[in-house]
Design a protein around this ligand. Sequence first.
Ligand SMILES: Nc1ncnc2c1ncn2[C@@H]1O[C@H](COP(=O)(O)OP(=O)(O)OP(=O)(O)O)[C@@H](O)[C@H]1O
Ligand SMILES: [Mg+2]
Length: 375
Amino acid sequence: MEKNPFLAKGYASPALFCDREKETEILLSNIQNGLDTTLISPRKLGKTGLILHTFYKISDQKLPFTCIYVDIFATLSLKDFIKTLSEAILAEFPEKTTIGGKFMSLLKGYRPVISYDPTSGMPQVEFNFSSPTEKEYTLKGLFTFLNAQKQHVVLAIDEFQQITEYPETNIEALLRTYTQQMHNISIIYCGSKKSIMAQIFSDAARPFYSSTRQLSLGKIDADKYAAFIREKFRPATVDDEAMDYILDWTRRHTFYTQSLCNEIFAMRPKVVTIAVARKASREILEKETSNFLQIRDLITDQQWRLLIAVAKEQSVQSVTSADFLAKYQIGSATNARRNLESLTDKELLLETITPTERKYSVYNVFLSRWLEVTY
Ligand SMILES: Nc1ncnc2c1ncn2[C@@H]1O[C@H](COP(=O)(O)OP(=O)(O)OP(=O)(O)O)[C@@H](O)[C@H]1O
Ligand SMILES: [Mg+2]
């Protein structure tokens, strides 16, 4: 049976990756010109995919860059950060190679406990720092090592906003100091929490102020996405109204569009009709129902009602307008505003700011569709 071409996680190859040509070019150009990049977009729009796609191109075109990817989502301190970075470097330069051997001896100088994951065989590093200075010295050592490589290094740090959760207060200043000295490393700082990323990179009082090029990832162009979807369904055909439905129902938010297409493909239809697309979307919502009910238990009734109201409206500019408050019985304007902030904080609502407006929608597109039809 043919493999499902619609990935709902990870990155496989350019053939399964839609567009992002301009963004890939910008990233490559920044890398080639020694510039650091801040890559920002809402969750699940394709930041990690774009990074891995760019790394694929670098390797495929044999461009002279060594690419290292670290995801710091699960890190809680500078110590975790150092561990994650060390392991990523070890993964890139295996111990058997000359560079890997050198890196291993450098690491051993910091006296970590090194073990090997029994299933993957990948090295795991545990540090025991006795003082903050020792930590900083080690971090500097890692960057200095990367900077000393013959090949220019591209370091992508995914979920970068996580550093603001670390107990250490000088982490931004430290990273900024080290990375600014290293001219042989280009860094991609990637994150989805727009307000935190903006604070880190656009606040004149903070170390990273104006030190990077910003790249905001938007939705994939509708025509390009439609052409991609048609091609991947071949030899099956996709009716025009089914295509409109797919792109509209998922709001062209990459992960949701991919998931719906994946679900449709799994039915192996000869023709993707709107009936088929609707059936697939209903099935997705059915599978998600228990997750959605759990969300309801985590927030107040009034917040839940606000979520339903936003879902029914698709997107809302002013939750405090008298009409909106009365229509959905979501309490006073003050309460609505407070709930809006809380839901945005919890990433249940997505705030979209353009030069002319500020609007809110339910962050998880499937939850939005489910609320719309359930209430
Ligand atoms: N250009 C693309 N073409 C096809 N599928 C894509 C594309 N970009 C991303 N995807 C798919 O969409 C999903 C979400 O992408 P990805 O994980 O890159 O988003 P993200 O912005 O990094 O999300 P998060 O903020 O949660 O880390 C993944 O399943 C990925 O395979
Ligand atoms: Mg990601």
